[in-house]
Design a protein around this ligand. Structure first.
Ligand SMILES: NC(=O)c1ccc[n+]([C@@H]2O[C@H](COP(=O)([O-])OP(=O)(O)OC[C@H]3O[C@@H](n4cnc5c(N)ncnc54)[C@H](OP(=O)(O)O)[C@@H]3O)[C@@H](O)[C@H]2O)c1
Length: 188
């Protein structure tokens, strides 16, 4: 039997919940990095296909600031489920070592794998270079904001997930979800 594609999602119990459900609909097995196991269980319960879900999701409950634990739990997940085909990463800038640790494991694949790297609005203006392994298909998503009726607000979880799903479907290389212009109108 053909092995299911495997995705690792950071932020799947928050803004990327709908992305996790969509990935399962696309027949992925999904590991979700999170801190709160109960939030993970709630996220799994909110699926459209309850019968399919429990065995399609796997919690990796840890704090991504703790490099040693991240390293060992990813190692365990890779031994059990293989090296991910897809990583969707929403990691706060307070943990700069977390994504490189994840990438180190993906580097061991012989086939290409995809990284969807989600970054906050202000990263757009820094345009930092993210070094990735040779076999990585790098896709970058900047989170913007929404201007409506002359007022601005941050994106909802739903809008963020829909934007990320579109990037996965269309395979865009670099995308802004929402807008970053005019910058002075960003929410306070
Ligand atoms: N436009 C922008 O630049 C921008 C940037 C950031 C945020 N925002 C807005 O702010 C809202 C909330 O942002 P948020 O960052 O709180 O996102 P979130 O996606 O709601 O929550 C953070 C996610 O990351 C996980 N997580 C956080 N810290 C972790 C850690 N140390 N170790 C492991 N997992 C960790 C959380 O897991 P647990 O569920 O277990 O806690 C959760 O899944 C978004 O809806 C967005 O609209 C906008």
């Amino acid at each position: 039997m053909k092995k299911k594609p495997y995705a690792l999602v950071v932020g799947g119990t928050g803004m990327l919940e709908k992305v996790c459900h969509w990935l399962v609909d696309q027949d992925y097995f999904v590991s979700v990095i999170n801190r709160h196991e109960e939030r993970f269980q709630e996220m799994v319960k909110r699926t459209k296909q309850p019968a399919k879900q429990p065995e399609r999701f796997h919690p990796l409950t840890l704090d991504y600031h703790d490099g040693e634990t991240l390293q060992s739990k990813i190692q365990e997940a890779v031994s059990e489920h293989g090296v991910p085909d897809l990583v969707v990463s929403w990691i706060h800038s307070s943990a700069p070592e977390a994504l490189p640790i994840i990438m180190k494991h993906c580097e061991t694949r012989t086939e290409p794998w995809k990284l969807l790297h989600i970054q906050g609005s202000s990263s757009f203006f820094v345009k930092e270079n993210t070094p990735v392994p040779e076999n990585c298909q790098y896709r970058r998503v900047y989170l913007g904001f929404v201007v409506e009726d002359n007022q601005s607000r941050w994106l909802t979880h739903h809008e963020i997930s829909n934007g990320v799903i579109k990037v996965l479907q269309k395979d865009y290389k670099e995308t802004v979800v929402g807008t970053l212009k005019p910058w002075h109108k960003r929410p306070g």
